[in-house]
Write a protein that binds this ligand. Structure first.
Ligand code: B3K
Ligand code: ZN
Length: 871
C-alpha cells in the first residue's frame, strides 16, 4: 500500500471557502446535497480533485450546470472534475447507508434500528465518507448545515456551530440549521440526530459570553451526565484562568454514544463521547473512571483552542494538538486532584503503553515521517510522549515564560493550520530563546537512556555527576536536550544546598541541569560526604535512567525523598531489583531493603493512603518484561506474585487485617481525595492479605462485594474473588451479571475482570464469554472489554506456551477487520514485542501473525500494523 510522506507535503491546490450541507436523514439511507465554493491557488495548475470514499453519487453540477459523465471521473476514491475555476460552485448529491456502516467512521447508526440515533465521526479522514471534499486539515471552510428528518423518529437534530433556525416540514418532518462562524477543517464537522434527552447549564465566560452547555444521552443514561457537566464547567474555568482561553460559540453540545472507536471527539461545538468517558454514577463507576471522565471532558474541551482554533497543517503534526492537549489535560487533573499521584499515574501509563511501543517494530517518532493509514498513528507515542515533550518545554521556560509562549502561539496561529516548528518558534520568540534543539525529540523514535555516575572527592568536598545519553539507532543522531531535575541527599535523608560549579549566587536544594551533549560533568562544591542523588525528579524527561544505586540508597530515597514522584520511583526501582533477586536467586539484599522500607512506611501515619497504596504496588508485568530478553510472561507473573507475597509476609496478616478493617469502617461514597485514598489502600490491603490467607481474604471480599456502597469497592472485591478463583466467585459473578444486565458500561467490567483471570484458564473463559448473549464484535467497548483485556491486560493468560492465545487473536482479527478496521488494527498491536519472547512462544506468535498476514482482503489499517509488527 502507498506510503504518505511528510517530505511530500504540498499546500492545497484547491480550497473550499464555504460549504452548505443539506441532509435528508434516514436510518437505512440518508441523502446529502453539498454546495462548495471553490478557490484555486493561482500558483498551481492542478485539476480539481476531491476526496470521496465509496460514495453513491446521485448528481453533480458545476456552476449551475449538470455535468455529463465525460466531465468527471469517480472510481470509488477520488473525484476529478473538468472545467472548475477559481470561484466555481460544485454541487453534488450522494446517498449514504448509515445502518450498514459497521466501521463507525463517517455517518453511522448507534444502537438499534428502532431506538438508536445517527451520528458522525470524521477525524482523521471520515468526512470523505460523507461527501466529496478537500478532506485535509489545512483546508478550513465556513459551514452551514441543514438537517431534515422525520420528527417522531429524530426529534433532536444537532450539528456544530450556532443554531440558525428550525421548523416544520410536510409529512411529519422537521428541519434545523446550524451556522459555524469559525472556519474549520472537515475533520471537525459533526451531526447527531435521534431520540436523546439532555441536561443543561448556563455558563458565562470570563469575557462575558453567555453559553448554553447541553449534554445529551439516551433516556436511560441521562441521569449519569451530571458529573460530566460539573467537569465541563471546571474545565472551562480552568482554561480561562490557566491559559486565558474562552469559549467562542453560543452553545456547546456534548453527546454520549455506546458505539465509538475511541474515547471522544472534539468536533467544533459538538463533542461526541464514548459513553465510558462521559457517564458516571457511584453505582457503576469506579474512582479511577471518575477521574478519567473528568480528564477526557477537559481534554476535548481544551481542544477548542489547541486543535480547533489552531489546527494541524497535516496529520504528521498530530502531536501539535494531541501532545499539547494531553499536557493541558494532565495539568488540569493535577490541579483538580493530587499532583504527585497524577504524575505517578501518567508515568506508569507512559511506561506501560509508550515505552514498549518505542522499543519494538511499531516505534515511530512523535512526528512520524510516513504512514499508510493515519488512524494507526493515534498512539501512545503521539499522545503521551508528545505530552512529555511539551512538559519539558514548559519546564524549560518556567510558568510565566510558558504562558507567554502559549499566548504568542495562539495569537500568531489563530485560525490557521500550524506545524510543530510554528509551535517551537512561538514559545521561543516570546521568551527570546531558541528551542529548535527540541525538534530532535520530535523526529526520532526510541526511548533515550540516561546514565548517571557520581564521584565524591572527600579531600576537595566535591561531587561530580557525569550524565550521558544514548539512543539505540543510527550513530549520527545529534544529542537531545535533556532537563534533569535533581537534589542531593545526605545519608540521614536531608537535602543538601546545591552549589553548582560557577553558580555561586543562590544555593537551592533542587535544580534543573540541562544535558545538551552526549556526555557532561556537573560539579557540586561544598559536599562534605558522599551524597545520594535524587535524579530526574518529577520525571523531568521521558528517558530510562541508569544509575547504579545500592539497595540502601534506594531505600533511603523511598523513605525520605520529598518529591512524591521520586519517592515512588525509588520504590519502583528497588522493587524491580527485589524482583531480580527472586528471579536470579541471588542475595536478597534488595528484597530485604524494599520490604523493610515499606514496612516502616506502612506504620507511618503521616503518609497519604493513596500514595501508600501505590508504594505497596510493584511495577506491572509489562514493565518488568521491558527489562528482560527471552520473555516468559507466565514466569514474570509468578515471580511478581512471589514478590508481593514476600512483602505481605513482612507486613503480616494481622497488620493487613487491621488496616483493612480500619479502612472498611469508612463507608462513604464521596469522591473527595481522602475517601478515594481510603478505598485505594483498602483494596491493596485486601489483595496483599489474599496472598497470606486466601480463605479469610475471600470471606472479606465476598462480604465487601455484598455491602459495597459503590462500584469501586464492588469491583475491587469481585476482582479479588475472580482472580483468586474463590468458591464465592461464581455467585458474585452471577449476581453482577443480573444486577447490571442493562448497563453496558458495568457489564464491560464483568467481561474484563474474567478476561484477566491469571494463567492458562483465561483462554477457556474468554471462549465461554464470547458465547454470552451480550458479547458482540460490533461494539468496540465490548471487544475491548473481552478481547482487549485478554490480549493486552493479561500477559500470563494471553501468552500461553501452546500459542492458543496468539491463534485466537489472529482468528478474531480476521472477522473484526471486515466489520471495523480501526478497532482491529488497534487490537493487533498486542502482537507488538513478540520478537523478544522466549523461543517457543516467539515461534508460535510468529506463525500466527504470518498466517494472519496471508489472509486476502485485509484492511489498509490492519495490513500496516501486521506489516510493521512482522518487521
Ligand atoms: N482527536 C480524537 C481522536 C480521533 C481518532 C481518530 N482515529 C480524540 C482526541 O484525541 O481528543
Ligand atoms: Zn485529543
Amino acid at each position: 500500500t502507498a506510503l504518505i510522506r511528510l517530505s511530500d507535503y504540498r499546500a492545497p491546490a484547491w480550497r473550499v471557502e464555504t460549504v452548505e450541507l443539506d441532509f435528508d436523514l434516514g436510518i437505512d439511507a440518508s441523502e446529502l446535497s453539498a454546495r462548495l465554493l471553490l478557490r484555486r491557488d493561482p500558483s498551481q495548475n492542478a485539476p480539481l480533485r476531491l476526496d470521496g470514499e465509496n460514495l453513491q453519487l446521485l448528481s453533480i453540477a458545476l456552476d449551475g450546470r449538470q455535468l455529463p459523465a465525460t466531465a468527471y471521473r469517480y472510481a470509488g476514491n477520488g473525484l476529478e472534475v473538468d472545467g472548475a475555476r477559481d470561484g466555481s460552485v460544485l454541487e453534488t448529491r450522494v446517498r449514504l447507508r448509515p445502518a450498514a456502516n459497521t466501521a463507525l467512521e463517517g455517518l453511522y447508526l448507534s444502537g438499534s434500528r428502532e431506538a438508536g440515533f445517527l451520528l458522525t465521526q470524521c477525524e482523521a479522514e471520515g468526512f470523505r465518507h460523507i461527501t466529496f471534499f478537500t478532506d485535509r486539515p489545512d483546508v478550513q471552510s465556513r459551514y452551514s448545515v441543514t438537517l431534515r428528518a422525520d420528527r417522531a423518529r429524530f426529534p433532536v437534530l444537532l450539528a456544530g456551530g450556532n443554531p440558525d433556525g428550525s421548523g416544520e416540514l410536510e409529512g411529519g418532518r422537521h428541519w434545523a440549521r446550524f451556522v459555524d462562524p469559525h472556519p474549520k477543517p472537515s475533520y471537525l464537522f459533526a451531526l447527531v440526530a435521534g431520540r436523546l434527552e439532555k441536561i443543561e447549564r448556563d455558563y458565562v465566560t470570563a469575557e462575558g459570553r453567555a453559553v448554553q452547555l447541553k449534554i445529551w444521552a439516551e433516556a436511560d443514561a441521562i441521569d449519569r451526565c451530571h458529573y460530566a457537566m460539573d467537569a465541563l464547567e471546571r474545565s472551562m474555568r480552568w482554561d480561562e484562568q490557566a491559559y486565558g482561553r474562552n469559549y467562542d460559540l453560543d452553545v456547546f453540545h456534548v453527546v454520549a454514544t455506546h458505539d465509538f472507536n475511541m474515547g471522544a471527539m472534539e468536533n467544533k461545538g459538538l463533542n461526541i463521547f464514548n459513553a465510558k468517558c462521559l457517564l458516571a454514577d457511584p453505582d457503576s463507576t469506579t474512582d479511577d473512571e471518575y477521574r478519567h471522565v473528568e480528564a477526557v471532558v477537559a481534554h476535548e474541551y481544551f481542544h477548542n483552542w489547541s486543535g480547533n482554533r489552531v489546527t494541524c497543517r497535516d496529520w504528521f503534526q498530530l502531536s501539535l494538538k494531541e501532545g499539547l492537549t494531553v499536557f493541558r489535560e494532565q495539568s488540569f487533573s493535577a490541579d483538580m486532584n493530587s499532583a504527585p499521584l497524577k504524575r505517578i499515574e501518567d508515568v506508569s501509563l507512559l511506561r506501560r503503553a509508550q515505552f514498549p511501543e518505542d522499543a519494538g517494530p511499531l516505534a515511530h517518532p512523535v512526528r512520524p515521517a510516513q504512514y499508510s493509514e493515519i488512524n494507526n498513528f493515534y498512539t501512545a507515542t503521539v499522545y503521551e510522549k508528545g505530552a512529555e515533550l511539551v512538559r519539558m518545554l514548559a519546564g524549560a521556560l518556567g510558568k510565566n515564560g510558558f504562558r507567554r509562549g502559549m499566548d504568542r502561539y495562539f495569537e500568531r496561529n489563530d485560525g490557521r493550520a500550524a506545524t510543530l516548528e510554528n509551535f517551537l518558534a512561538a514559545l521561543g520568540d516570546a521568551n527570546g530563546t531558541d528551542l529548535t534543539p527540541y525538534l530532535a525529540w520530535y523526529g526520532q523514535a526510541g526511548t533515550p537512556r540516561l546514565s548517571a555516575r557520581g564521584r565524591h572527592d572527600a579531600a576537595r568536598h566535591e561531587y561530580t555527576l557525569t550524565l550521558a545519553q544514548h539512543v539505540a539507532g543510527p550513530e549520527s543522531r545529534p544529542p537531545l536536550p535533556i532537563p534533569v531535575k535533581l537534589a542531593l541527599f545526605t545519608h540521614h535523608g536531608d537535602m543538601l544546598p546545591l552549589h553548582l560549579d560557577g553558580q555561586t549566587s543562590k544555593s537551592p536544594n533542587e535544580l534543573v541541569v540541562a544535558l545538551t551533549q552526549a556526555e557532561q560533568d556537573f560539579v557540586f562544591t561544598d559536599v562534605v560526604t558522599a551524597p545520594v542523588p535524587s535524579l530526574l525528579r518529577g520525571f523531568s524527561a521521558p528517558v530510562i535512567l541508569e544509575c547504579e544505586y545500592t539497595p540502601d540508597e534506594l531505600a533511603l530515597l523511598l523513605a525520605h525523598d520529598v518529591d512524591g514522584f521520586n519517592r515512588w520511583e525509588a520504590g519502583q526501582q528497588l522493587a524491580a531489583r527485589a524482583y531480580e533477586n527472586l528471579r536470579d536467586d541471588t542475595s536478597a539484599d534488595a528484597l530485604h531493603a524494599w520490604c523493610e522500607a515499606l514496612a516502616s512506611l506502612f506504620d507511618n501515619p503521616s503518609i497519604d493512603d493513596a500514595l501508600l497504596a501505590d508504594l505497596l504496588t510493584p511495577p506491572g508485568e509489562v514493565e518488568l518484561a521491558e527489562r528482560e530478553t527471552a520473555i516468559d510472561p507466565q514466569r514474570i507473573h509468578q515471580l511478581r506474585q512471589d514478590l508481593q507475597q514476600r512483602l505481605a509476609e513482612r507486613l503480616g496478616a494481622d497488620a493487613l487485617h487491621r488496616r483493612y478493617q480500619a479502612l472498611a469502617a469508612h463507608t462513604s461514597i464521596e469522591l473527595d481525595a481522602l475517601s478515594q485514598a481510603r478505598r485505594r489502600l483498602k483494596r491493596r490491603a485486601l489483595e496483599l492479605l489474599y496472598l497470606l490467607d486466601s480463605p479469610e481474604a475471600c470471606r472479606l471480599a465476598a462480604a465487601q462485594y455484598r455491602s459495597a456502597p459503590g462500584m469501586t469497592d464492588r469491583l475491587a472485591a469481585l476482582t479479588v474473588l475472580v482472580r483468586g478463583n474463590a468458591t464465592q466467585a461464581s455467585a458474585a459473578l452471577l449476581d453482577y451479571r443480573e444486577r447490571y444486565a442493562d448497563n453496558a458500561l458495568a457489564l464491560d467490567k464483568w467481561f474484563a475482570v474474567q478476561a484477566q483471570l491469571p494463567g492458562e484458564p483465561a483462554l477457556e473463559r474468554v471462549l465461554l464469554l464470547e458465547r454470552d448473549a451480550a458479547f458482540t464484535l460490533k461494539n468496540p467497548n465490548r471487544v475491548q472489554a473481552l478481547l482487549g483485556a485478554f490480549v493486552r491486560g493479561n500477559p500470563s493468560g494471553f501468552h500461553r506456551i501452546d500459542g492458543a492465545g496468539y491463534r485466537l487473536l489472529a482468528e478474531r482479527l480476521t472477522k473484526l477487520d471486515t466489520l471495523n478496521p480501526q478497532v482491529a488494527a488497534r487490537l493487533a498491536t498486542a502482537f507488538n514485542g513478540w520478537q523478544r519472547l522466549e523461543p517457543l512462544r516467539r515461534e508460535a506468535a510468529r506463525a500466527a501473525i504470518v498466517e494472519l498476514a496471508r489472509h486476502d482482503g485485509l484492511s489498509r489499517n490492519l495490513t500496516e500494523i501486521i506489516g510493521s509488527v512482522l518487521n
